[in-house]
Design a binder for this molecule. Structure first.
Ligand code: PMP
Ligand code: GLN
Length: 460
């Protein structure tokens, strides 16, 4: 009898364990001892403090939204048409090349053919001889160049000056490196009539007041995302003088360097007197050759500054894709040969985009928005406040109005834009709530479809 009781207890226990185990592995929702232990253990894997508050990304959220609602997507910045054939053909040829090593690891700090041509190219542009092995680092997109710069050059408590609106990753990259972002906003001098990106300026006194003993550097982005501002020589000199006065770094994100509309000119802050020594300049093959999915970028600057980036790179990514670097090197070599010719992609891309920019500005105006005409890049900011009565903002629950506007438009009008408050620090978001960012490196037929959607909605 007691043997029977013992066997029954064992059976019940083993069944319980099995039930508990399967519940734990599936949902961890039963309050058994085992589950409580496993939940407690899981909480150890909560975000570390330095990542807290940085878990939200406009890209993750809006790409998911686009997948769900399938709007016409003028959100994330990438062309919806073919990349230039010289680079895509080069990549196809590299895949079939009879050198088997082109499919294997290459030099960690950059494939030799690519660093050589990058050094040659920028040596010409900045009028200084760059050492391809010490003054150029190839990274996994401009993202990694920014990341390696900020991780590699930040001590806890260092302050980085960030100009708002800013490409959104600057803020978490500074914070997760232990640094403190100090923000200064570009503000439009006028908000009616024709507004251009040149109307968006920073207050010089305010800029001056941000520099102090704790400042490690300033992050600059020209041509600018999302405004399209091409910083003027006078503005760059002002920033450069402060950087020299306070002996700080300048990180110059120039991924849109070749997308500048006449008569504006891109100026590299590294070319101003005594600035190369303190500047890390960042570029992107994704933007330069319209292949955003290839995720190759670079940083160039003095060897002593690039060393810190190399340390981060060699211990994280280590080396980037060999065939893609080879193909980009081939692309660069070709463009270098025809730099002065109109077919050079670094010239023709802006020419190709100009009518798209003007077309978008026109249809945004026609529906009652006020666009900021960009001097560079392929984004356009537009103020939509005159159309607020056509949007049921109360159907969305986000804190900032531009998030509600863009989500509502995605779901109800079928057009996606990006909410620009994602590009502001916590204190200045209200400055951008009446705006939306649209991307215009899209097929003409898609821009036309966007115009039609907006016109139909606005005329209701
Ligand atoms: N900086 C800016 C201003 C950008 O818009 C982007 C997006 N291309 C990046 C950096 C990142 O570039 P990549 O895609 O090469 O990582
Ligand atoms: N730079 C692009 C943009 O601003 C893409 C950003 C991203 O995908 N993270 O749209």
């Amino acid at each position: 009898m007691s043997v029977m009781r013992g066997a029954t207890v064992l059976l019940v226990l083993s069944m319980l364990t099995r039930v508990c185990f399967s519940a734990t592995s599936k949902t961890a929702s039963f309050g058994t001892v085992k589950n409580i232990r496993s939940i407690t253990k899981m909480s150890k894997f909560d975000l570390p403090d330095r990542l807290k508050g940085n878990d939200k990304s406009v890209w993750v959220e809006y790409i998911q939204l686009a997948l769900q609602y399938k709007p016409l997507n003028l959100g994330q910045g990438f062309p919806d048409y073919y990349a230039p054939e010289n680079v895509t053909n080069a990549l196809a040829a590299v895949a079939k090349n009879d050198n088997p090593l082109l499919q294997q690891y290459t030099r960690g700090f950059g494939h030799p053919r690519l660093v050589n041509v990058i050094a040659k190219f920028y040596s010409k542009l900045i009028n200084r001889d760059l050492d391809p092995n010490k003054e150029v680092l190839v990274t996994s997109g401009a993202y990694e160049a920014l990341y390696a710069t900020l991780q590699g050059h930040t001590n806890p408590g260092d302050e980085w000056i960030i100009i708002e609106p800013f490409f959104d990753c600057y803020e978490p990259m500074v914070q997760t490196a232990g640094g403190i972002p100090r923000y200064i906003a570009l503000k439009p001098k006028s908000t009616s009539g024709t507004v251009t990106s040149g109307d968006w300026v920073f207050d010089r006194k305010e800029m001056e007041s941000l520099f102090n003993e704790k400042t490690k550097g300033i992050i600059l982005n020209t041509p600018h995302n999302p405004i399209g501002k091409v910083f003027t020589l006078d503005e760059l000199q002002f920033i450069a003088n402060l950087a020299k006065k306070w002996n700080v770094l300048v990180v110059s994100d120039e991924v849109y360097e070749h997308i500048v509309y006449e008569p504006y000119k891109h100026i590299r802050i590294a070319t101003l007197p005594d600035m190369y020594e303190r500047t890390i300049t960042i570029g992107s093959a994704g933007k330069t050759f319209s292949v955003t999915g290839w995720k190759i970028g670079w940083a160039y600057g003095p060897a002593n500054l690039l060393r810190n980036l190399q340390v981060i790179h060699q211990n994280s990514v280590y080396t980037c894709s060999t065939p893609i670097q080879e193909a980009i090197a081939i692309g660069f070599e070709l463009e270098m040969e025809r730099l002065q010719q109109p077919e050079c992609y670094f010239r023709s891309l802006a020419m190709e985009l100009l009518p798209k920019r003007d077309y978008m500005a026109k249809f945004l105006r026609e529906v009652g928005m006020i666009p900021t005409i960009p001097e560079g890049g392929y984004f356009m900011l537009a103020n939509w406040s005159a159309l607020e009565n056509k949007v049921r903002l109360n159907e969305e629950s986000d804190e900032n109005k531009d998030y509600r506007f863009t989500k509502w438009m995605t779901k109800n009008v079928g057009l996606q834009g990006i909410p620009p408050t994602a590009f502001y620090g916590p204190e200045h978001k209200t400055l951008a709530e009446d705006y939306v960012r649209y991307c215009f490196i899209k097929k003409d037929e898609n821009l036309k479809a966007a115009a039609d959607l907006l016109k139909k909605w606005a005329s209701k």
